[in-house]
Design a protein around this ligand. Structure first.
Ligand SMILES: CCCCCCCCCCC/C=C/C(=O)SCCNC(=O)CCNC(=O)[C@H](O)C(C)(C)COP(=O)(O)OP(=O)(O)OC[C@H]1O[C@@H](n2cnc3c(N)ncnc32)[C@H](O)[C@@H]1OP(=O)(O)O
Length: 323
């Protein structure tokens, strides 16, 4: 059987007034710029096609057990992705690669939705593994950051519905993962959640900030980001960083399932396209600045002051852990 092909050709007028400044500096600059602008459009098109494929109601059995991520589908057809990198699920390259692959698996499978949680009783995720940023091998650091970007694209821009059962602390990258989901239920108690990058002497990238600004109010986000605020569970609920407080992990997962059930009566394609349109802007922004974002990260790591801050932070963490 033949397959339908869609051609989307662009002819660039490299002598157009808007292109002249760049074309006069660099050959093919107009074509390159057209290509960059086209990428987000193609991404959304691919997502829409993937949504259409998900309209079929059957759910394939899925169980993928990497050492660092456990992925299972429960009887209701909901995928449960459990991070399991002791002691604190810090996101190193290996864990990010497994998350990325597991997200692909969920997308391929016709799951009703996905719940992200952790196998630790006290930590959802400690965020990025600081050891990936401290005195790094630059080649690995580049792969690390690119994989983190991939994970965000796949999670924030997923066509399947997502929820986070936050069963412990969720600083920085841990908070980002949960904010990239559509719904958050967090276990009550002494846990905290937030983007605390400035406390480490580092700056949360723009797409981290965008994700937070689309979860809580801009005013709250600015205050939280500049003061490295870690919200208690009650504070997080008050400013809508989380949606519900749960009594324990099982309760958090049940609350996420109740959220996912809301979509039973909503046509999946309409739901997915609506979600992607709502999230289109930050996705497009990172797609167009992706290479620059990697370079910014790498040059940040080369900055001696950043390395010094990281060293002091690691020492403080180790001293605290030794007590
Ligand atoms: C102009 C724009 C330019 C943009 C350029 C980009 C710039 C870079 C931006 C990078 C963005 C960064 C995002 C991040 O996610 S950074 C990571 C931030 N995370 C944290 O600050 C959390 C630190 N950890 C904790 O607070 C606690 O560990 C936690 C509350 C999570 C759990 O406490 P608990 O008491 O249960 O556990 P311990 O503290 O005893 O820790 C156990 C061991 O784990 C080690 N650990 C903890 N967190 C991390 C981590 N994030 N990475 C690596 N290792 C970690 C800790 O040291 C203990 O180790 P030892 O047992 O060996 O001592």
């Amino acid at each position: 059987m033949g397959r339908a092909l869609v051609w989307d050709a662009t002819c660039v007028d490299s002598l157009a007034a808007s292109h002249l400044p760049s074309t006069s500096q660099k050959a093919a600059a107009a074509a390159e710029s057209a290509q960059m602008l086209k990428r987000p459009k193609m991404f959304l098109l691919r997502q829409a096609v993937s949504n259409a494929r998900q309209l079929a109601p059957s759910v394939r059995a899925m169980s993928s057990k990497g050492p660092l991520v456990d992925l299972t589908v429960d009887n209701d057809g909901v995928a449960i992705m459990t991070l399991q990198r002791p002691p604190v699920n810090s996101l190193n390259l290996d864990l990010l690669k497994e998350i990325s692959k597991s997200l692909d698996d969920v997308a391929k499978n016709k799951s009703r939705g996905m719940i992200l949680t952790s196998s630790s009783p006290t930590v959802f995720s400690a965020g990025l593994d600081i050891m990936e940023m401290y005195k790094p091998d630059m080649k690995r650091a580049e792969e690390f950051w690119t994989t983190l970007q991939d994970v965000w694209f796949k999670l924030y821009g997923s066509s399947f519905a997502t929820a986070a059962a936050i069963n412990g602390h969720a600083p920085a990258g841990g908070c980002l993962l949960s904010m990239s989901c559509e719904y958050r239920a967090m276990v009550g108690g002494k846990f905290t959640i937030g983007l605390n990058e400035t406390a480490l002497g580092i700056v949360a990238p723009k797409w981290f900030m965008d994700t937070m600004c689309r979860t809580i109010s801009m005013r709250q986000a600015e205050l939280a980001l500049t003061t490295a605020k870690m919200f208690t569970v009650d504070e997080a609920l008050k400013c809508e960083l989380i949606d519900e407080i749960a009594t324990d992990k099982a309760d958090a997962i049940n609350k996420c399932k109740t959220f996912l059930k809301k979509f039973e009566k909503i046509p999946p394609l309409a739901r997915a396209i609506t979600k992607l349109k709502m999230r289109e802007e930050p996705i497009k922004n990172l797609q167009t600045s992706r290479q620059a974002d990697v370079q910014e990260f790498l040059s940040f790591l080369k900055n001696p002051k950043v390395q010094q801050s990281l060293e002091m932070y690691i020492q403080a963490l180790k001293q605290k852990a030794a007590k």
